[in-house]
Design a protein around this ligand. Structure first.
Ligand code: PMP
Length: 286
């Protein structure tokens, strides 16, 4: 079935949504994006995604395409038009179409391009993998140095995902100077005793919206949170491990580079964190 998508203020059948070949998103990956999950027809943590979008735009001196209220309205309209119960809304803003190719940013009055579309994923919160856990491999982190900006230059994460596929596992953990930065499209954590360990926020990782919520819930549940880098060896010796992202929520990781983590099964702490996250976020969904 053809989707209705959003392009610069218009709701169109997907085949009719057209963007210029000179759009800087296409030529330069000069764009930022957000993915917001939908459960029971409602948006999960929309305000968090809006705030991060604003930050990404600001870091790149890119104009905001419209107000947050207009973005919320468009998200809701797309959910309605496409009859989405569970799934995601993808949003992308690019620096627009200057009518030619040039490394320098175009004049400030060049209109940004704003694109949104839905992805229907019935049963998104009941993914069978949450019961069995992911297997991951470690690969070198060869991305650029501003991973805190959510840009559309996703070629290396795609390459890392293909390395994971070739190794018949679910994802790759990226490693820099011996320390895990994050997953290809998620933040990475290990658990040792009552302590959750995850890399601190910096330019090295994306500031996950799910990460912020999960760390808040973990503290409220009397768990200790230690924000620091960890090694692959430390992860292999952890009791449990997991990743977070807006679409995978809290996903257990049970194997790293062929080595079982803890008992090699989904542990009680990760299971509890996933339950708390889903319960609280469903309550707050808009
Ligand atoms: N790190 C990277 C590199 C990502 O691409 C993502 C998902 N966009 C995340 C972390 C998780 O962020 P969030 O919880 O906001 O989806």
């Amino acid at each position: 079935m053809s989707r209705t998508v959003y392009l610069n203020g218009a709701y169109l059948p997907e085949a009719e949504a057209k963007i210029s070949i000179f759009d800087r998103g296409f030529l330069m990956a000069d764009g930022v994006y957000e993915v917001t999950s939908v459960l029971d027809g409602k948006l999960i943590d929309f305000s968090g995604h809006c705030a991060r979008l604003g930050r990404s735009l600001k870091e790149l001196d890119m104009a905001a395409p419209c107000s947050d209220a207009a973005l919320l309205e468009a998200h809701r309209e797309l959910i309605r038009l496409n009859d989405i119960t569970d799934g995601m809304v993808y949003l992308q803003v690019t620096r627009g179409n200057p009518g030619d190719r040039d490394f320098a940013y175009p004049a400030a009055d060049t209109a940004p391009t704003l694109v949104m579309f839905t992805q229907s994923k019935p049963g998104l919160a009941d993914a069978p993998a949450a019961k069995t856990g992911w297997k991951v491999i470690s690969v070198p982190d060869q991305r650029w140095g501003r991973r805190d900006i959510k840009t559309t230059q996703l070629l290396y994460p795609s390459m890392a995902k293909m390395m994971a596929k070739a190794a018949h596992v679910d994802d790759a953990w990226l490693v820099e100077e011996g320390m895990v930065t994050e997953g290809t499209s998620n933040n990475a954590y290990i658990i040792k005793g009552n302590r959750i360990i995850t890399r601190q926020l910096s330019h090295d990782i994306l500031h996950g919206i799910t990460r912020a919520a999960v760390l808040r819930f973990a503290s409220e549940a009397q768990m200790e949170v230690e924000e620091r880098p960890f090694t692959v060896a430390e992860a292999k010796g952890a009791d449990e491990a997991f990743i977070t992202s807006a679409s995978a929520f809290v996903m257990p990781v049970v194997e790293l580079d062929g080595v079982a983590i803890g008992a090699g099964r989904v542990g009680a702490t990760v299971t509890r964190l996933r339950e708390i996250y889903l319960e609280e976020m469903r309550k707050a969904a808009i």
